[in-house]
Design a protein. Structure first.
Length: 289
């Protein structure tokens, strides 16, 4: 049996930092969750347990890590802060957690997890669930990269700043709707499943946080008849000048005939189009046409 470790609260977190000469790293966007009830709630929402493989990014002082380990899941924790890693190891390795020092934006995810749901990696088999408290500066690009490149991760439950979370789940017409919203919809189904008060963090942030669940689609929302590179190029161009009408933001990429064929008004703006409309534009205006 593994040794059960107490989840550090605010006082214990301060003592850990002070006794090791550490402090939250602003450049890494570190805000540690220091409330055991909150991390156990996140673990419940993640829906993991015995037989599940969990990857956590930004493990910090290990509060969420230990809550995930309590479920019986096999947990791998990634931490970039080399000053924190020895402290994290002492806290969570007795709970049978594997600690990996590294930058989530630069990890060899295929070596760590395997190439797709099912293959064996590091002695574990089956799909992975990512659970993480993500800093604002990496949340959106990391999620986008993992959806595109790491099919071994079948589900995610991420804690992000409210504004970032709203962009991940937004639909056409929503004020938060943007290019990342469309890209997420291509790969996954996403929803905000909870809110986290600022009072549970050390240090306390000036923003609200939400929990976003992302479930990878078995297949992308659009079939192979839609060229992915062309689709994303149009989305990037359209939202890159989102205040302009599409006939201007997509000038040189989509001609008048393509707008007609796609049944998209050239006077529309990017935020008005859903994924299906972007797909029609991509099919109607193939690259090089």
């Amino acid at each position: 049996m593994t040794q059960e470790k107490a989840i550090p609260g605010r006082r214990e977190a301060r003592e850990l930092l002070d006794s090791n000469g550490l402090s939250p790293n602003r450049s890494l966007g570190q805000h540690f969750v220091v409330d055991p009830n909150t991390v156990r709630r996140i673990a419940r929402l993640a829906g993991v347990g015995p037989g599940d493989n969990v990857i956590e990014v930004g493990a910090g002082l290990g509060a969420l890590t230990l809550a995930l380990a309590e479920t019986g899941a096999a947990v791998t924790a990634v931490e970039i802060d080399r000053g924190l890693v020895p402290v994290l190891r002492r806290l969570v390795e007795p709970a049978a957690v594997t600690v990996v020092e590294g930058d989530a934006m630069a990890l060899d995810w295929h070596a760590l997890l395997g190439d797709a749901p099912g293959p064996r990696s590091g002695g574990r088999s089956g799909p992975w669930v990512l659970v993480a408290n993500l800093p604002y500066n990496v949340a959106t690009p990391l999620i986008a990269d993992l959806l595109r490149d790491v099919p071994a991760i079948a589900r995610m439950l991420v804690m992000v700043q409210r504004e970032a979370g709203e962009r991940l789940v937004a639909g056409p017409g929503d004020s938060a709707y943007g290019g990342v919203s469309v890209r997420v919809a291509y790969w996954a189904e996403a929803a905000i499943v909870g809110r986290v008060p600022a009072s549970v963090f050390l240090p306390r942030p000036d923003v609200e946080s939400v929990l976003v669940e992302l479930r990878r689609r078995t297949e992308p929302a659009l079939g192979p008849e839609v060229d992915r590179a062309r689709l994303f190029a149009l989305i990037t161009a359209g939202f890159g000048q989102r205040r302009k009408m599409l006939r201007r933001s997509l000038a040189g990429l989509v001609d008048a005939e393509a707008f007609v064929a796609a049944e998209v008004r050239p006077e529309a703006r990017a935020e008005e189009l859903d994924l299906a409309a972007w797909a029609r534009l991509a099919r109607s205006s193939p690259a090089g046409a």
